[in-house]
Design a protein around this ligand. Structure first.
Ligand code: COA
Length: 364
């Protein structure tokens, strides 16, 4: 009889792929893209060049500028608009199946799609704001970077502080190994589906609150603490009532999440109106979490200061998952290409625990 493989709910700790793209350094609290510490990238290279590093292993390469495109009918719900439109682009652009096209063609498709996906989120956000008129292509083209183009497409203007906030956030969250959405992208790619199908699968997986949504909870939390005026008491009351403090703890990092450090510095430099209360709450939360869990480091994670930085660019909390999708197009594209080059069709097993063979009459 063949051996039954160990069952790991959620596949936690199961190595499903080998990757050359990124390495979260669990103990040292560093995150490296293709071996480069992200600290060396933020503020030195714009997001689109970091896209080039992740996808092509080349900082001189870049995600292209978006080409003219008319989305079908956006609703203002950014994650669903993005998922639908990305899938639709496969048909509009007649994208080839990954198992039938060259690696070069796949790279080109991923670049076009990535650039367009940011434009779709910006247009959807514009509709959510109640603006029905479109920003002209000439205005968007004035943007020097992807972050600037994104804000121009959304609002018709791009404040330099907001550009820097979005660029920093996108770089910090561009890639993080085999999380649920990246796995979804690789699963679709492993079947030979086209790049639009693989990327829209990733967007669907990201749209759930357990993956891409935590910053949405942080801003209301900071407002609540500010209104109460006593972070220590707020932390104790919250933990006593059995709740978790959003933005603390991480499955991978046992040291401080390096992205949190970078985002905090950015929030300070850009003069965030929430930085003071965020730092007070952080101090109170870290002290109390350490007291209650001395065995387990529960440090600040990426979502906490992401929320503060996104607030500088006046990104509404509801748009947080779609903003995350914009940044993650780099990681997803890199993984889709890596899957095409080195991967194998995913076909895990399920252990059957249902009823024994039985007669139809027993259920009819
Ligand atoms: N606030 C309070 N307690 C927390 C906590 C938090 N943010 N994160 C973990 N804990 C506690 C749990 O209550 C649990 O305590 P117990 O053993 O007494 O029951 C213990 O730490 C272990 O929790 P567990 O869920 O097993 O840890 P994990 O490492 O698997 O979880 C997270 C990682 C991110 C899911 C978890 O830390 C969390 O829920 N954080 C808040 C949500 C968040 O910020 N999400 C964004 C992640 S990037």
């Amino acid at each position: 009889m063949s051996e039954t493989p160990d069952f790991k709910p959620g596949l936690e700790g199961v190595v499903a792929v080998e990757t050359e793209i990124a390495e979260p350094d669990r103990e040292g609290g560093q995150l490296r893209y293709r071996g480069i510490d992200i600290v060396e990238l933020v503020g030195h290279y714009p997001y689109e060049r970091v896209w080039g590093l992740l996808v092509d292993d080349d900082l001189d390469s870049a995600m292209p500028a978006p080409e003219p495109y008319e989305p079908a009918r956006l609703t203002g719900n950014a994650p669903s608009d993005l998922q639908a439109e990305t899938a639709r682009l496969s048909g509009v652009w007649k994208l080839g199946k990954l198992n039938e096209i060259s690696d070069e063609q796949a790279r080109e498709d991923l670049g076009r799609l990535s650039a367009q996906m940011m434009g779709i989120v910006a247009r959807s956000a514009r509709i959510a704001d109640g603006n029905t008129d479109e920003v002209t292509a000439a205005v968007v083209a004035r943007g020097g970077t992807a972050a600037e183009k994104f804000l121009l497409q959304w609002r018709g203007e791009a404040d330099p502080k907001a550009v820097r906030a979005v660029d920093t956030y996108w770089i910090c969250t561009a890639e993080h190994g085999l999380n649920a959405s990246t796995f979804a992208a690789r699963i679709a790619a492993s079947t030979g589906a086209d790049c639009g199908a693989a990327l829209s699968s990733a967007v669907g997986a990201l749209s759930g609150p357990l993956h891409g949504g935590a910053p949405a909870y942080v801003k209301p939390m900071l407002e609540e603490v500010a209104a109460m005026g006593d972070p220590e008491k707020w932390v104790k009351d919250t933990l006593d009532s059995g709740k978790r403090i959003m933005g603390f703890g991480h499955r991978i990092y046992r040291a401080e999440d390096p992205r949190s450090r970078i985002l905090k510095e950015t929030a300070r430099e850009l003069g965030s109106s929430q930085i003071a209360i965020a730092e007070q709450l952080e101090e109170a939360a870290l002290a109390e979490l350490e007291r209650r869990h001395p065995e387990r480091p529960l440090k600040t994670n990426v979502e906490y200061y992401s929320a503060v930085v996104l607030d500088i660019a006046e990104i509404p909390p509801a748009l947080a998952p779609a903003m995350f999708a914009c940044s993650r197009v780099a990681g997803w594209s890199a993984h889709i290409l890596e899957q095409k080059k080195t991967g194998r069709l995913f076909r895990p097993s399920a252990r059957y625990v249902g009823p024994e063979s039985r007669s139809l009459s027993s259920v009819a």
